[in-house]
Design a protein around this ligand. Sequence first.
Ligand code: NAD
Length: 254
Amino acid sequence: MARFEDTTAIVTGGGSGIGRNTAQTLADGGATVVVADLDRDGGEATVDAIEDETDGEATFVEVDVTNGDDVEKMVDTAVSEYGGLDVAVNNAGVGGQLEPTAELSADDWQMVIDVNLTGVWRCLRAEIDAMLEDGGGAIVNTASILGRVGTEATPAYTASKHGVVGLTKVAALDYATDDIRVNAVCPGYIETPMLEEAGLYDDEETVENLREQHPQGRLGEPQEIADAIVWLCSDEASFATGEAVAIDGGYLSR
Ligand code: NAD
């Protein structure tokens, strides 16, 4: 039997990077995947890749995780079209501006917190309601190494990801006896479009500096995070809840 047979999954931020690999890996394991993203082109490309490369089924839903109605529509799609919700990966996120704490604009602070932290809470609220109706499920939130430690000039991002780790623990405790597991992953720096958008891929010196921060001497690949997320979503992780798992080439061990 396939690992995710009879499983309906949602992946937010499924149109790029870590989310795309996660959606593909879940579909590869037999899940039906609701690919949710603000970016229609990216989301539809993920659905096409799933249909071309796996036996799995997927559908795209255009969702802005800062919009409560969009988030409700996303969960309703899973429930009404596929009969329930078993797995959710709350992964949509933005990097925001790289500015020292006192120089960050209030607008940028608000935008990053609204997507990365409040967005995860909005998704959790809708997903948990559906899972309570359906006898349980597994949720993974994408945090970051910056959910565990700080780095310069990332006040909103680091605060948002610390918030995601805290929220993960509370949600895990609140629903531990309802058969709903909630975990987080804390990736190191991963080669996705987010790094380019943050200007961290502009020159070889900056990239080399990032590589050196990881004891393994390299950046991570999206699939290395997807594999950890998918394990946490699976029955193999049945006794894991409330955990924030670092997949970071040793970054947090320094
Ligand atoms: P990415 O930019 O490739 O993907 C992010 C996706 O989120 C995009 O498809 C984007 O359209 C979507 N998105 C952004 N805002 C949204 C919104 N309001 N509503 C719905 N979708 C939205 O980046 P990625 O690296 O794959 O990032 C995925 C997650 O991993 C993020 O939460 C990010 O913070 C986290 N992360 C990334 C790294 C890294 O180095 N790349 C490290 C640690 C954590």
